[in-house]
Design a protein around this ligand. Structure first.
Ligand code: KIV
Ligand code: ZN
Length: 526
């Protein structure tokens, strides 16, 4: 039976932790902060900002979000040991609403092959971890990892131990995307019925999408009494990803009678938030993706178009504006003023600080000189690429490229470094883009393993802007970059330069970190 109507489901966003764990989705600390701010505007209740013990960089990011992002609870993940819990606490304690999330695997497979721990030891470790976290922080969440493959009786014992030790939220993860809707609903009903003191805790669900059922399983858990759902923007996450926030929220809203619950999400912000995360992670939103894909509200067949013209509800169960797709394709041009521009940015769902708006408006004017008409897609691309390449250290100062009939190409690239020096190189390659990439590698001395190069149009008209997406591998890590201009070779070059800058900054950070550690070690030795 569906719970009461007044029930509110908390939305716990783990884009910055589980989402970031998906291959090629790593984000810089600045990007994480930008995503966290937009999640707060979206209205999520809890932001899992990262796993502070994973690396000093993770700790820094979680701490920056805890200090600067107001509104949602800021949560840090920790394994069930004192060192991890201390690191999570020191990272989130500056938040006005901190949470520590401790986890320990409970299934027989994990006990035997990963932890080499007996059941009694798991019970003791879970209780000690939760008790220690609760001695530091008022808000503690516990997750029995691989819960869906854990014997139900033992799962109940572990959850009981965590509740007795002071956990206020019990999260039940389907770590490997194995469960089914009916099975998971029954798991939640069982736990709520059986665990003593269960009425005082919030039961939470965390589903992976290995069998494509993460959203369905999460919704079933809600029917079974879960009142927190853990999800990610665009469903990014380990392997096939996590439960997609936008799909879950719109299902709850569209079928309110079935689920009998509400969320605090401002659904009109869904589309801009999904586009932001897509642009930062370099993971494009598939055309046919529910809620936010390009085709989600497109009607091509004659019968459907006819029905739509009569009444939108014939073939639409949600209104595009409700998910933030307020595209009017109102055209702006070089005579459009600052006021009209600001209004359009706002209507598209973006909140920009004055300084950011100034920067985007300057780029808008420059683009309007090159392109007669600017559509919503152009403006969106300008806002989303606010940070692209802007931090340097390498900046594009000149580009000449040409191609030949036989597929060969030539390019001359001029780069300016933040330290003031300028360097140029000329190169040949398989087409002008390849030639330009080689010239950049010659100048910077960085040779990258190019894995993917994609281009798509972001707006209409003959002079449409092309967005280039570059994916490279360097020293075991995947990096992505994007570039948007009216010239696809230039877009490619800007995307490649963004990747070069990311690799350079990563190196600088590593070096700075190494120096810092050496200094600390020297101090300790005195
Ligand atoms: O999938 C999982 O089990 C997790 C836990 C850490 C909650 O991500
Ligand atoms: Zn997970």
């Amino acid at each position: 039976m569906a719970p009461g109507k007044a029930d509110r489901v908390l939305i716990f966003d783990t884009t910055l932790r589980d989402g970031e764990q998906s291959p090629g989705c790593s984000m810089t600390p600045e990007e994480k902060l930008r995503v966290a701010r937009s999640l707060a505007e979206l209205g999520v209740d809890i932001i899992e900002a990262g796993f502070p013990a994973a690396s000093p960089g993770d700790w820094e990011s979680v701490n920056a979000i805890a200090r600067q992002v107001k509104g949602p609870v800021i949560c840090g993940l920790a394994r069930c040991n004192r060192d991890d819990i201390d690191k999570a606490w020191s990272a989130v304690r500056d938040s006005t609403r901190p949470r520590i999330h401790v986890f320990l695997a409970t299934s027989a497979i994990h006990r035997e092959h990963k932890l080499n721990m007996a059941k009694e030891e798991i019970l003791k470790t879970a209780a000690e971890g939760v008790r220690y976290a609760a001695s530091l922080c008022d808000d503690v969440e516990f997750s029995p990892e691989d819960a869906s493959r854990t014997e139900l009786e033992f799962l109940t014992e572990v959850v009981q131990a965590a509740v007795d030790a002071g956990a206020g939220t019990i999260n039940v993860p389907d770590t490997v995307g194995y469960t089914t809707p009916q099975e998971f609903q029954e798991t939640f009903e069982h736990l709520r019925r059986t665990v003593r003191g269960g009425e005082k805790v919030t039961f939470s669900v965390h589903c992976h999408n290995d069998l494509g059922m993460a959203v369905a399983n999460s919704l079933s858990a809600v029917l079974g009494g879960a009142r927190q759902v853990e999800c990610t923007i665009n469903g990014i996450g380990e392997r096939a990803g996590n439960c997609s926030l936008e799909e879950l929220v719109m299902a709850i809203r569209t079928r309110e009678q079935v689920f009998g619950v509400t969320t605090g999400i401002h659904t009109q912000k869904l589309y801009p938030t999904c586009r932001l995360v897509s642009s930062i992670t370099g993971m494009p939103i598939p055309r046919n993706k529910a809620i936010t894909g390009e085709n989600a509200f497109a009607h091509e067949s004659g019968i459907h178009q006819h029905g739509m013209l009569r009444h939108a509800s014939t073939y639409e169960i949600m209104r595009p504006v409700d998910v933030g797709l307020s595209r009017t394709n109102l055209v702006l041009g070089k005579h459009s003023g600052r006021h009209a521009f600001r209004e359009r940015v706002r209507e598209l769902g973006f909140e920009l600080a004055e300084e950011e708006l100034n920067k985007v408006f300057t780029r808008f004017k420059a683009l309007a000189d090159r392109k007669k008409e600017l559509f919503d897609g152009d403006i969106e691309a300008l806002v989303l690429n606010l940070d692209t390449e802007s931090g340097g250290p390498w900046f594009l100062a000149g580009l000449e490229a040409s191609s030949m009939m036989d597929g060969r190409g030539q390019a001359r690239v001029l780069l300016r470094h933040a330290d003031g020096r300028e360097s140029a190189a000329r190169s040949e390659g398989d087409g002008p883009v390849d030639a330009a990439f080689k010239a950049i590698e010659t100048i910077t001395g960085l040779v990258l393993d190019l894995r993917k190069f994609e281009v798509r149009s972001v707006s209409g008209g003959e002079d449409a802007q092309g967005e280039a997406l570059v994916t490279v591998q360097h020293e075991g890590r995947t990096h992505r970059g994007t570039g948007v201009t009216t010239d696809i070779v230039e877009s490619g070059v800007r995307a490649f330069l963004e990747v070069i800058n990311r690799v350079e900054l990563g190196r600088d950070r590593q070096q700075a970190l190494g120096e810092y550690r050496a200094a600390r070690a020297a101090q300790a030795a005195v």
